[in-house]
Design a protein around this ligand. Structure first.
Ligand code: PLP
Length: 474
């Protein structure tokens, strides 16, 4: 399998060539040159495979530059009951209203980002060892991504992590999840500023190409192809659990921010998994809902982004969205470049031509949005009806699933976090007298553990200086 860029750079690259990369050199995103097709006989053969074996079958279609025995070993070490808390890794539970919830949040940081990030850690360590290189991962976080990245990279050879977060602005639980890690290769930099300051510093450091090369600075953000590929697997795993035979079709409802999760669903569907529809759910930050209703894409500025009670979806520029549009446009890289490079820079957005917009239904994508009041109501209803507690992000998708579901449609809602991470919103939804959301035993009392972090001013020079003192040369 070779990879190309959505903006036309067709230099043939293998999986490991793009594994450690972010954007393609032309500013586009990497995609496989074609999607492997899975036929009915293959689907039947995969049904019933353990999760790690299923992952091996799917990833083998996309990766031909890691020996199969090595890939299988990495996957078997990643998707274990020990790490993900359940033998099925992503079990389904049925709600009284008939919706199925696929649990993706039983990993170490209680959010679905662990599903991809844990594998990324294993793949990075493997590839860096093979090359004899060291990578200094630099990131900014306001919560979920940073902790998932640190838990995936902790203790790994050849990798250091420098994670910037806004000092004093994360929840005590989120701080504890990151700051309590004792591993020497994990560096928490608490920046005296807001999340945007952290992100600006990461951008400024990465824009210094000489520094970036000298210190082999890398990222683990959501445009990374390997993260997307890891996420394709749980659509298959969810499908097999929801059906008895490959003749049945299933729809998925997906809480969406950067369009990473649902893009993996789009890829699974294009491969031939019998997915009827993909329901995209946004919160009040509804740029994508607007696009799927109107064909107008207008990314917003950070100042126009609402702070909501499903904070991991507070995104106004969906970084993976270009991948879907590239496929929608028949993989026309020139047209993709016009829309994403030229029109966004010039006009702040773009509108599809009517005949382009008319193609969307064939890809199965529909959308809806949810508000704070909707989330509270959905969390309360789900709790009262069946004694199931769901987190605010999952609630956004349950709300949209209720709204758009057709009679007889099998609907799987992807759970993206556990309610324990968002106890305040759960308490607001359920009112006094309701129990607090349960926390896995391993995380009881983590707020009391010793913390390791360094406070730094919001200053690029000081952050570079920190990396020079604590990083390792590539
Ligand atoms: C990251 C995240 C999302 C959004 O996923 P995307 O892949 O960015 O669309 C939704 N819910 C939670 C809890 C998350 O951490």
């Amino acid at each position: 399998m070779r990879y190309l860029s959505t903006r036309g750079d067709a230099t043939p690259r293998a999986f490991c060539d793009i594994l450690l990369e972010g954007l393609a050199p032309d500013g586009g995103l990497y995609l496989p040159a074609q999607y492997p097709r899975v036929d009915a006989a293959t689907l039947a053969r995969w049904r019933g495979l353990p999760y790690a074996e299923l992952a091996f079958e799917i990833l083998s279609l996309y990766i031909d530059d890691i020996p199969p025995a090595d890939l299988r070993r990495l996957l078997q070490a990643t998707y274990t009951e020990q790490v993900f808390g359940r033998p099925q890794i992503t079990p389904l539970v049925r709600l009284p209203d008939g919706l199925l919830v696929e649990q993706l949040s039983n990993g170490p940081t209680l959010a679905f980002k662990d599903m991809a990030m844990q594998l990324l850690g294993a793949l990075f360590e493997y590839e860096l060892a093979r090359r004899g290189e060291h990578l200094n991962i630099l990131g900014a976080t306001s919560g979920d991504t940073g902790s998932a990245a640190e838990h995936a990279m902790r203790g790994r050879r050849g990798i250091s992590v420098f994670m910037l977060s806004p000092h004093g602005r994360m929840s005590p639980f989120q701080q504890a999840q990151m700051f309590s890690l004792p591993d020497a290769n994990i560096h928490n930099l608490a920046v005296q500023g807001v999340f945007d300051d952290c992100q600006d510093i990461v951008k400024a450091v990465s824009a210094d190409l000489d520094f970036k090369r000298r210190w082999r600075i890398g990222t683990v953000n959501s445009i990374n192809w390997a993260r997307l590929l890891a996420q394709v697997v749980y659509y298959f795993a969810g499908y097999f659990q929801a059906t008895k035979s490959g003749d049945e079709r299933v729809s998925f409802a997906v809480p969406t921010g950067n369009f990473g999760n649902i893009c993996a669903g789009h890829i699974a569907r294009t491969m031939g998994l019998p997915i009827e529809r993909l329901l995209l759910a946004t919160n009040e930050n509804d740029v994508l809902d607007e696009f799927f209703r109107t064909g107008h894409y207008r990314p917003r500025a950070t100042t126009e982004t609402h702070e909501t009670s499903s904070p991991s979806m507070d995104i106004s520029k969906a970084s993976n969205f270009e991948r879907f549009v590239f496929d929608l446009l028949g993989r026309d890289a020139a047209r993709t470049r016009v829309l994403f490079a030229d029109a966004i820079a010039r006009d702040g957005g773009f509108s599809l031509a009517p005949e382009e917009f008319a193609r969307i239904p064939a890809w199965g994508l529909v959308s809806g949005r949810s508000t704070h009041a909707d989330r509270l109501k959905t969390i309360r209803q789900t709790w009262q009806d069946g004694g199931v507690m769901i987190d605010p992000h999952t609630a956004d998708a349950v709300k949209v699933a209720h709204e758009l579901r057709r009679p007889g449609e099998t609907m799987v809602v992807l759970e993206t976090a556990l309610p324990a991470k968002f106890a305040a919103t759960i308490a607001e939804a359920l009112g006094p007298g309701a129990p607090p959301p349960p926390r896995p035993p391993a995380l009881e009392g983590i707020e009391r553990l010793p913390r390791r972090f360094s406070v730094l001013p919001a200053d690029v020079v000081r952050v570079k200086d920190y990396i020079e003192r604590h990083g390792q040369h590539g």
